[in-house]
Design a protein around this ligand. Structure first.
Ligand code: TYD
Length: 214
């Protein structure tokens, strides 16, 4: 049994969720009494950051899709055991930038790998823990990719260089996930101005915490 709450942030590349998370942190810190942990996948701990470097290296164009999936899962497992699960045990509110749904959308819908295998591997990596709420930042693929190419501060990774078609499949994968998980996933229109997106995300999180009487 864990005491904390796990909220995941998901979306296609260029949806802006990482920026939204950074802007949310000071707002939530002021409002919420419990400790807050913000972390990301793939990465978050040393071993997983090293796996991240292998996955996202733009020179690794020969990487097989199943290898890619297994590396994300390995990174997830280590991050889970070392950082996320202990933080939940200690009662943290954990906000995670990408989690299990990214594997379903990218490796499942995007790469066409077996969804059941992905679901099993996700469960294996997280000891079956699902997020308590997922904020899905929705943006059309063309808009997301345009934002990435215009953002000078963002380092281009191997996934960013993939064809538009992959990114469109990823978005469809997310929309299918939303459709079958209405109780867990809320959709936020990430084409809106940043301040508005932050406001909407903030109100969803506060609403969730109030519902769970924190
Ligand atoms: P990152 O630079 O963190 O992108 P973003 O800021 O959009 O999250 O790179 C992470 C990339 O890894 C991103 O393209 C999504 C991809 N990814 C997967 O394909 N599967 C996964 O399970 C995870 C966690 C990420």
């Amino acid at each position: 049994m864990t005491n904390g709450y796990l909220l995941s942030f998901e979306g296609p590349d260029g949806a802006g969720k990482t920026t939204v998370l950074e802007m949310l942190f000071p707002l939530l810190k002021e409002k919420v009494s419990q400790p807050i942990l913000i972390t990301r996948e793939p990465g978050g701990v040393q071993i997983s950051e090293r796996i991240r470097d292998v996955i996202l290296d733009i020179n690794h164009t020969q990487m097989d899709s199943k290898t890619e999936l297994l590396l994300y899962i390995a990174a997830r497992r280590q991050h889970w055991v070392e950082k996320v699960a202990p933080a939940l045990e200690e009662g943290h509110l954990v906000l995670i930038d990408r989690f299990i749904d990214s594997s379903v959308a990218y490796q499942g819908a995007g790469r066409g790998l077996d969804k059941e295998a992905i679901s099993w591997l996700n469960d294996y990596a997280t000891d079956k823990r699902q997020p308590d709420m997922t904020l899905y930042f929705d943006v059309p693929s063309e808009v997301g990719l345009k934002r990435i190419s215009q953002n000078e501060n963002r380092e281009i990774n191997r996934l960013d260089l993939e064809a538009l078609e992959l990114h469109q499949k990823v978005r469809s994968g997310y929309l299918a996930l939303v459709n079958s998980n209405h109780d867990r996933i809320v959709t936020i229109d990430a084409t809106k101005p940043l301040n508005e997106v932050v406001k909407i995300a903030y109100s969803h999180i506060i609403g969730f915490l109030e519902k769970h009487s924190i």
